[in-house]
Design a protein around this ligand. Sequence first.
Ligand SMILES: [Mg+2]
Length: 338
Amino acid sequence: MNLDKFTGCIYGLAIGDALGMPMETMSRDDIKKKIGLIIPPTFLSPSMNPHIFSSLRHLKPGFWTDDTQLTLATMEAFIESDGSFDMNKIAQKHIEAYQGERRGWGKSTRNACQRLAEGASWKDSGEPNGAGNGIMMKIAPLGLRKSVRQQDPAAFLKECITYARMTHLGTQAIVAGVVHAAAIAFLVNSSPGNIADHSTRDFLGYLRSIALMAEKELPTTENKISEQFNRILSYWRDYIVRQKEDPEIASRFGGGTSYAYHSLGLSYALFAANPTSFSVVWQAACAGGDTDSNASIVGSLYGALNGASFIPKYLLSGLERCGYLEGVAKRFFQACNK
Ligand SMILES: [Mg+2]
């Protein structure tokens, strides 16, 4: 059962990434005019977006970007260290990824990996004030690993913070990452019906407590992730009353930017409203802004809760290196269970 959820999480993450990739930097209005808001029958090509980053322009439909590249790098590190947490190995895998093809890498991760490649220790490589969603987008493996291990909450928190600080030193980026890893672990061990029926409030409340715990360990910041959970809960309550989507959801959470505070707000509000419907992944892509990372984050949550069997087959068949992803998920699962 858990292997299905591990695979589902990685499939969901890569599919969200590939669905959002062609639309990165577009606004919701542009997406609505050009593509429409109904999920397309196949992956789209980045050639339809004249403003797309040059490192994505040549990609084919169904190809994924940095979100999946760095998640895979993290998983490979755990596989090679037999499931143990080895920052030297994690840093080495990041350097290898940096020296390969970089697809839409964010500034903080790029600068940090450049420092690692020049010989800096992972203890000193983090980007000062890096406050984007670069940790959230690649930390899912730490959550998957926690889901099958008896891990003390303080030890888990410490590992997540250490992992995050290699590339980002901004409190929001780190806290959002810790919360996302904890969410993935929670969802792997939850049943979809349970979350959808009555425990969404518990899920969000638990994540808020994790955010508070992480914030205690880090320098104070404005726009706290723990406070963003109050807004997510308020969106979720409104949604339960209305039972329909709010077309303005993106503007309630900063327009879908890559700022961790906004990215977490939008992704979690969308997912919490409809945790068992794959449509939330497409909705995250359609919100505009950092479309690939937001859809990838939502995809990882959806897949961790529902498992690989609930990922649409027609998308899997068009996904870049789908068999390879399945193989890495399996080897990673085995390493985590050692
Ligand atoms: Mg990306």
